[in-house]
Ligand binder design. Sequence first.
Ligand code: GAP
Length: 512
Amino acid sequence: MAKQEDLFKNVISHAKEYGYIFASSEIYDGLSAVYDYGQNGAELKKNIREYWWKSMVQLHQEIVGIDAAILMHPTTWKASGHVDAFNDPLIDNKDSKKRYRADVLVEDHAEKILQKAQKEIEKARKRFGEAFDEEQFVNTNDRVQRYLSERKEILERLGRSLTNEDLKDVKALIEELDIADPETGSRNWTDVRQFNLMFGTKLGASSETASNLYLRPETAQGIFVNFSNVQKTGRMKIPFGIAQTGKAFRNEIVARQFIFRMREFEQMEMQYFVRPGEELKWYEHWKEVRQKWHFSLGLGEENYRFHDHDKLAHYANAATDIEFSFPFGFKELEGIHSRTDFDLKAHEEFSGRKLRFYDPELKENYVPYVIETSIGLDRMFLAVLSASLKEEELKDGSSRTVLKLPAILAPVKAAVLPLVKKDGLPELAQEIIEDLKWDFNVQYDEKDAIGRRYRRQDASGTPLCITVDHDSLEDRTVTVRYRDSMEQKRIPIAEISKLISEETDFKHWMKK
Ligand code: GAP
């Protein structure tokens, strides 16, 4: 555990040192759970957003993208259920005065039980070696079975109590499980209460005439209220999707873990409109597509798992999270929800407008059902950053810090480095930059010895270094050094652009 905490601390300090993430308004000591993206962070974030957008919109003929406003008519949030039901169950510790999400306390407890089962499995794997049959062991080992059913019972009871809004039972569960304040060990808890997460704001100049608005807590509603606009103007036929990326705001009470849970964050969401009755087929389809998207980044398939919801949100008939192995454990990265026709129906009811589709094959008018894929851009950023940061021992006994970002996401694709700061090498390096800059984000660096410059680029995540030396002046070739393997090869200047494309552009990456 200590190791994991160290890793997380390293990620946070590395993010600052290399211009990825700063605390918001840091000169005033920051603002809790709000962060700014620095020069490298803004590029990485933009590249993740673009990777998502191209995969979801550009590669799918039946999906289009929109950009709806953050401020929406306040009735939107009545219709969507957010005014009445967008709450977190909170509990305070009377001794430490710390506030927690009651459901998270119980889920963390259940996770520890799962870890115990996993420990037993790993012990047995070591004992039996090659002959180990994990499935058989899990199904027949009493202790593992006990852990698994204990965990299942806890999560099912939590799901039931939350669905029934039985907050007394959530507290009873915390007490029965003897859950203590993770920071102080105290078990002196208050009752569990609901807290609405939406940020309110005002529209208008004078306090008498101003009307109350909310900052959107999810981008999805901007898609639902535009369903007919897009369907009609785009002549979309079911099944079709509407995608959008943008800011969302939640007054998270327990906001910690760096950019994992923020008060202002960005979502990348897609609503896929389907025939009623076909939603579970599409739900399975999108689970698979989204899993493939994650795997395509090469962060390690073992770092992902699905977690099906026991407690369904007020709008869903099936839901799962794609969880990622963050430095503080497996946590939700993306949600995939079968949202039924809840939202469109509610907006029909509250607006008085029809939000339907005439299906020419069925010769029928209906309110479509919706599958939603919803991923936090900042959370994806944290997943990428934490899985990429490595300390490596090298063959010569030295070590290096390297940020092995997927090359397609790297802020700077190549650094161009003159071996020395004289003899016409800087001029040739600048000439190369002038040619490359139209297609790629490239960086010039002439300060310090070449070895130190390589290390600096390794640590900030640049996949390729192009070194210009005296031979380059004669034969117009350069040395290319790969960040991950540290291998070097000589190529003609005229081929640099092709090589960077092959390593970092969307088409080559996806085809690989
Ligand atoms: N439209 C559905 C929706 O908003 P959600 O599970 O509440 O569902 C979707 O949020 C995703 O948004 C999450 O999986 C997570 O990646 C991201 N997210 C939610 N709250 C967040 C927060 N406070 N900070 C950062 N990301 C957040």
